[in-house]
Design a binder for this molecule. Structure first.
Ligand SMILES: [Zn+2]
Ligand SMILES: [Zn+2]
Length: 623
């Protein structure tokens, strides 16, 4: 993979002695550079005048040699997702008339969000300031970083910047939402810098469980911010491209104002093992399974993992079939874009697997998280039209369950054991390594960047706090660490950094194709429905004449088994009848009001009898 080195670095002058000698001076002063970024894209031409030359060093007030100039615009940093939660990562940087956004991911619903498919960030603040938005910058192609973009771009078609693989995966999604044609996607090579308003964004290589993941160094008028994205340090990476620790160290030496660092694995000591370790384990598994068909489930986006599975298959004379929509999509994109090396004739169509004996086949599938309807789920429950599992199969779950998914994964594994399938799914065999930095790698990042301020990101509250403690152990001033929350604004100017105010932030729930139409009331109804069932009261009423013409009929679903509770049902019917008659006699002539009266009467009665609160649905027909 070619890597363009950013020109300004090569010419960066050593720091002025005067500056570095005094520890009291902030190291957030933007460095004067003389050359322009390589391959940069100027997004906002009217901002040309705020180029490097005009920038004022962010020196303390005591520096009386410096001519007093108008204060630089304040830098505001706020996350709309990814703090105190897993997923929907999204952080905005706002300075003067410019906003840039880093990532735009989805979250997954909690157990109490029944029937909700996805959770996206609340975009209100961005929407209200859309004329300032210069672009969305993507660190990598994982769902929790790019998944909300179709919903974002639908209303706010701003430029999107990312590496080739990231945009390749995004393109599939945008095509599904019919947004691809008008999308403004800009390919960025690792090492490139992009200009966007008063910001300068440099893409720096990191290792992660997807190829071409990047950290971003964002030069702002107040100083340089480093956002790590998701990362680990892999010294033996599959594509030979190690995290660019040299560049990160260089930035640290030049002075970084703030570090935003991911916190996923902060609870784990040591180092995250190299992806190569999985290759070694796979080799062992393949050697020991000479008479079996091997089925491996992993994340579709883990291109290097799939490559290693294909390599092991080739070594053992197996053909490889791919199943699961996202797996087929990603493998096709990765082969097309040159991220995967697959010799001719190795990949076969899933329809062709019958032509080959079990020991000559590997099947790579989605469903490693136990997702219902995924290919592996359908195999486990005999619902896959091409693959039936038997005791001739060895299944490898090359993944670890995302928090919350454990029961789903357990369900699938049990079902496969029931079919006599041999399953490898835990750490007794190293069939999975994490893509996130453990403590030692986090410490390395802090040591390289040496930021003035630090904000832990990408984690639940306990992760953020433990990351704060890690930074303190490394000598950081606790006052300079910002454990933030979504919507909270961190403001930075020449006088320092502080929390100052909030912007709207929260969860927008996506249910099928509806965006944000699932509110708390709908969720409460669904919860009641699943726990307490439903009672429907159907009646025909002439509201003009104030007469109950027919009914009410009482129908229940999921509430009580009617045959055993005929008494309760007929008593409910009586209560409903008298409620309707009383209301009509009292002159109620509004449908809504009448429905409410019926609802309340039934609800009160059922609760006194059963202590349960089913959903009550009155259906009134006019004559
Ligand atoms: Zn990731
Ligand atoms: Zn992530």
């Amino acid at each position: 993979m070619k890597e363009k080195r950013n020109a300004p670095l090569a010419e960066a002058k050593p720091k002025k002695q005067k500056n570095s000698a005094s520890p009291s001076k902030p190291k957030n002063a933007p460095k004067k550079t003389t050359s322009q970024p390589v391959n940069g894209k100027r997004v906002n031409s009217q901002n040309k005048t705020t180029g490097n030359k005009k920038r004022v060093l962010g020196a303390p007030k005591s520096n009386n040699k410096r001519v007093k100039r108008a204060p630089l615009p304040k830098l505001k940093i706020y996350s709309l997702g990814g703090l105190n939660e897993i997923g929907k990562n999204m952080t905005a940087f706002e300075c003067g008339e410019d906003i840039i956004i880093v990532d735009c991911g989805i979250g997954f619903p909690n157990d109490d969000m029944l029937g909700v498919d996805l959770v996206i960030p609340d975009f209100t603040h961005i929407q209200n300031n859309i004329e300032k938005v210069r672009g969305v910058f993507l660190t990598h192609g994982h769902e929790d970083h790019i998944g909300s973009l179709p919903y974002f771009l639908k209303n706010m078609n701003v430029p999107v910047y990312g590496t080739r693989l990231t945009l390749g995966i995004l393109e599939n999604k945008l095509a599904e939402h019919k947004l691809l044609q008008n999308a403004k996607l800009h390919n960025v090579s690792v090492g490139d810098t992009v200009l966007a308003g008063c910001f300068k964004i440099e893409f720096i290589r990191v290792n992660h469980s997807i190829a071409e993941a990047c950290a971003l160094a964002i030069t702002t008028p107040q100083g340089v911010i480093v956002h790590t994205g998701d990362f680990k340090l892999d010294t033996t990476p599959i594509d030979g491209e190690m995290m660019d620790i040299v560049r990160l160290g260089q930035l640290g030496r030049e002075g970084v104002l703030m570090l935003l660092c991911e916190s996923t694995n902060v609870e784990r000591s040591g180092h995250t093992p190299s992806e190569k370790n999985v290759g070694v384990s796979l080799e062992k598994i393949f050697m020991g399974a000479t008479d079996k068909r091997i089925i491996i489930a992993t994340f579709a986006s883990n291109v290097h993992r799939v490559q290693q599975i294909i390599d092991a298959s080739i070594n053992h004379g197996r053909k490889v079939a791919i199943t699961g929509r996202s797996m087929v999509n990603v493998v096709n994109a990765a082969v097309r874009l040159g991220y995967m090396n697959v010799p001719e004739g190795v990949l076969i169509d899933i329809d062709e697997i019958k032509k080959y004996p079990a020991h000559k086949l590997t099947i790579v599938t989605t469903g490693s998280q136990g997702e219902p309807m995924s290919a592996l789920y359908r195999m486990a429950f005999s619902d896959h039209d091409k693959v039936q599992l038997t005791d001739k199969d060895l299944v490898v779950l090359s993944s670890s369950a995302i928090p919350g998914n454990e029961p789903l994964v357990g369900k699938i594994v049990n079902e496969m054991y029931r079919r006599g399938v041999n399953v490898y799914h835990d750490s007794s065999v190293e069939v999975h390594v994490s893509g996130h930095a453990c403590q030692e790698e986090l410490k390395l990042m802090h040591a390289l960047i040496k930021p003035k301020y630090f904000m832990p990101v990408h984690g639940e509250y306990r992760h953020l706090i433990q990351h704060k403690e890690l930074a303190e152990r490394m000598g950081m001033d606790p006052q300079n660490i910002f454990v933030s929350d979504i919507g909270k604004v961190i403001e930075i100017d020449e006088d320092g950094a502080r929390f100052n105010g909030t912007v709207p932030a929260g969860k927008v729930l996506i249910d099928g194709s509806g965006i944000g139409d699932v509110g708390n009331i709908v969720l409460r109804d669904r919860k009641n429905l699943s726990e307490s069932g439903l009672i429907i009261a159907v009646a025909t009423v002439s509201i003009k004449e104030g007469i109950l013409m027919a009914g009410p009929e009482i129908i229940s679903r999921g509430f009580v088994y009617v045959r055993e509770n005929e008494e309760l049902m007929s008593a409910t019917k009586e209560v409903t009848t008298s409620a309707i008659i009383h209301a009509l006699e009292a002159g109620v002539d509004d449908w809504g009001e009448l429905k409410n009266i019926i609802k309340n009467a039934i609800s009160k009665f059922i609760f006194t009898k059963t202590k349960r609160k089913p959903i009550i649905l009155p259906i009134l027909m006019d004559l």
